[in-house]
Write a new protein. Structure first.
Length: 279
């Protein structure tokens, strides 16, 4: 099943149509999260609305406000090599991005500072489906609601990752969540990332240093994962600068294609930002 956010309403994508679901009496802001929480689509419990053409749908981020976004910092050897860094998730641990950095199709990625390099990172996003604490490796995928395309937008430099990766619009997700039962093995998916017509990233998620299950096992040993939490699983080689006017596109096999434009940020950098990457 493909679960989308259609104007704030949960909706299932079926071929070329999109079908609103959920109880219209629910608080609109809570519908998507409660849909994930109950994972009960298809049970007949939810009201189906009238189908509409998918190509007219205004899709938003399938999780508009996750409780948290957790990121795997260096999780492909090809990216470790291009960044010339010593550590991976082992040694670095994981980082948190602000939930307010979420955007979706029809959103935009603002580049905050022209003098600091801002990169795209195409990644597989994992949406948690049930509370997970200290889960065992063999059970870890049972806690996944589904998978989505994700861009971990990043300002390069020496500041903490959470600072460099948390601007509004810095975590595009979508176009929808493909639920876990459709993805037999999340570590066997082709992932590609373009900026405009340039194919920058092309890898299999089988090249992750730590698998989706290992990431969930590790992260849940520190924090309690909640339904709707999102894991950014790391990016393969091919990150590079983005500029206003660019279009970022991420395509993941069996999931779909997420596309989002890059725009100019409107603010001057706070003086605590170094004016150049390395100061
Ligand atoms: Mn990343």
């Amino acid at each position: 099943m493909k679960l989308a956010n259609h104007g704030g309403v949960p909706a299932i994508v079926e071929g070329e149509t999109i079908v609103p679901v959920g109880d219209p009496r629910d608080d609109p802001a809570a519908r998507l999260t409660s849909t994930i929480n109950h994972s009960n689509l298809g049970s007949g419990a939810l009201v189906r609305g009238a189908p509409e053409p998918l190509d007219l749908a205004q899709l938003g981020p399938p999780v508009p406000m996750p409780g948290k976004i957790l990121g795997a910092p260096v999780n492909y050897l090809s990216h470790k090599k291009e960044m010339n860094v010593e550590h991976t998730v082992s040694g670095l641990g994981f980082f948190l991005k602000s939930p307010s950095s979420i955007t979706g199709m029809n959103g935009a990625v603002p580049v905050p500072f022209p003098r600091r390099r801002t990169d795209q990172e195409a990644e597989l996003g994992v949406v948690i489906g049930r509370r997970a604490s200290d889960v065992m490796l063999d059970d870890a995928l049972d806690y996944v609601f589904g998978y989505t395309c994700l861009v971990d937008v990043t300002v390069r430099g020496s500041e903490e990752r959470s600072t460099r990766k948390s601007f509004p619009g810095f975590t595009p997700i979508g176009p929808w969540i493909t639920t876990a039962e459709e993805i037999r093995d999340p570590n066997d998916l082709r992932l590609r990332g373009w900026v405009n017509d340039e194919l920058r990233q092309d890898a299999s998620t089988s090249a992750m240093i730590y698998s989706v299950a290992q990431l969930i096992e590790f992260m849940s040993s520190v924090v309690t994962l909640e339904p709707g939490d999102i894991i950014a699983t790391g990016t393969p080689a091919g990150v590079g600068p983005i500029e206003p006017g660019d279009v970022i596109r991420v395509e993941i096999e069996r999931i779909g294609t997420l596309q989002v434009p890059v725009v100019a940020g409107s603010r001057e950098p706070h003086p605590l930002w170094l004016t150049r990457e390395e100061g």
